[in-house]
Design a binder for this molecule. Structure first.
Ligand SMILES: Cc1cc2nc3c(=O)[nH]c(=O)nc-3n(C[C@H](O)[C@H](O)[C@H](O)COP(=O)(O)OP(=O)(O)OC[C@H]3O[C@@H](n4cnc5c(N)ncnc54)[C@H](O)[C@@H]3O)c2cc1C
Length: 394
């Protein structure tokens, strides 16, 4: 049973966004009283959150860097007819390391901040400053921040494609032959839509191999994933590998224009549209959101977020256009060509800005100007820049 008390921030949802926010507040407002409410019995789920180092604004590194699990100097992409090493440093945070760091924060060892975590309680947001925890306790605080993740059920959405994953993490007796990640290994036959293997070597004896599929349905076949992963293990010369962790999940990738949404409170992460629609990844925008909310006076948070969202509107629109291109205009078996072209024509600077959601008009033009993807009539391609608003995620 939760007792009512005075707090400065109530964070609803202890996933990626909620935990990043707790760390940003601990840095910028060490005396703030923060309540983090998570409906399950532990924080952060079961993920490996990767990102380009350039996704993270320099001024946030001071609180963000201690959370990073692993860094690499660059990565590879492999397509039929194109193999490229991209010299942009790449980094990862695991659920485990973010969970441990957040629990330590609540333990009070990190300074004066008082973070309290409540587990196992669903939280309902009942006003911009009020929440109901576990159906009984009502709390009012100057800032309630919705970090509940992707709350819309897949069945209620349309105008979305899906990015589905099945990842296996292995301990290998023999060293993994490649020291840097491979973001896309697109050598499967592409009969099931765009599919590839993602490879993260955490060390000489530990690797994550993740099967990823972009398709119209929010599913991917475990058999297919296991076959491709087994082929990669054999190719790497690893005959004995112990499976130590499995992760799976699915991200909606909206392609309609974002509808205006009435919200009860300030919302971050997936709940608030603070993710990159074209990559499905949250890290670049979730870090910006956390830093901004932590620095702002509670009464100014909503206005400051609205200003950033409005400056970002064109980028958000372009990311959705890319999803339309992928899911509506290009044949499923040709989707990989859109990504090959991306890595063929873009410089590292442009790639960095794209993933960081900081791309400019010239970057966007470089991504799409040229011959339209195979089989796509130029007039249809041009028309698809101008979407009708449709239901979908914000
Ligand atoms: C397999 C997989 C791999 C991914 N890889 C990457 C990656 O490499 N890089 C990247 O940037 N992104 C990645 N993503 C995307 C990323 O995981 C999500 O975008 C991110 O977790 C969204 O953060 P969030 O905090 O909004 O939601 P979540 O992390 O889903 O957190 C939401 C939290 O809120 C809790 N909650 C929900 N409702 C309530 C309630 N009523 N009361 C209390 N608590 C509630 C949930 O239990 C959950 O803990 C991946 C996703 C998947 C599925």
């Amino acid at each position: 049973m939760i007792a009512p008390r005075e707090v400065d921030h109530v964070i609803v949802g202890g996933g990626l966004q909620g935990c990043l926010l707790a760390h940003a507040i601990a840095h910028h407002r060490p005396a703030a009283r923060v309540l983090l409410v998570e409906r399950s019995d532990r924080l952060c789920g079961n993920h490996t959150w990767s990102f380009h180092a350039s996704d993270i604004p320099q001024q946030t590194r001071v609180w963000f860097d201690p959370l990073v699990t692993k860094k690499w100097p660059g990565y590879f992409v492999k397509f039929p007819g194109l193999s490229r090493r991209v010299g942009i440093p790449y980094e990862t945070i695991s659920s485990e390391s973010l969970r441990e760091a957040t629990v330590r924060l609540a333990g009070g060892t990190a300074g004066r901040q008082s973070l309290e975590i409540v587990y196992g309680e669903p939280c309902e947001i009942v006003s911009p400053t009020g929440v109901k925890i576990g159906g009984s306790c009502r709390l009012d605080g100057p800032a309630v921040i919705d970090c509940r993740g992707c709350t819309a059920s897949a069945a209620a959405l349309n105008s979305v494609g899906y990015q589905s994953f099945i990842g296996h993490e292995y301990e290998t007796s023999r060293g993994w032959p490649v020291a840097e990640p491979t973001l896309m290994d697109v050598r499967a036959d592409q009969a099931c839509g765009f599919e590839f293997l993602y490879e993260l070597p955490f060390g000489p004896d530990r690797v994550l191999l993740e099967y990823t599929r972009f398709s119209e349905e929010p599913v991917c076949s475990a058999d297919r994933a296991e076959r491709l992963i087994a082929t990669r293990l054999a190719e790497a010369g690893v005959d004995a590998a112990k499976l130590v962790r499995t992760e799976r999940g699915c991200l909606p990738m909206p392609y309609a224009a974002a509808p205006g949404t009435e919200r009860m409170s300030v919302a971050g992460g997936y709940a608030g549209g603070w993710y990159h629609a074209a990559t499905g990844y949250s890290m670049p925008l979730a870090v910006r959101f956390a830093d901004l909310v932590a620095k702002a006076a509670p009464e100014h948070i909503a206005a400051e977020l609205a200003a950033v969202a409005s400056r970002d509107a064109l980028r958000r629109g372009f990311a959705r256009f890319l999803n339309r291109l992928l899911f509506c205009l290009v044949q499923p078996t040709d989707r990989w060509k859109v990504f090959r072209r991306f890595y063929q024509v873009l410089s590292e600077d442009r790639i960095s800005r794209f993933y960081a959601h900081q791309f400019n008009v010239a970057d966007a033009a470089r991504i799409v100007i040229g011959r339209p993807p195979a089989g796509l009539a130029p007039i249809r391609f041009a028309k698809s820049f101008f979407p009708r608003t449709g239901p979908g995620l914000t």
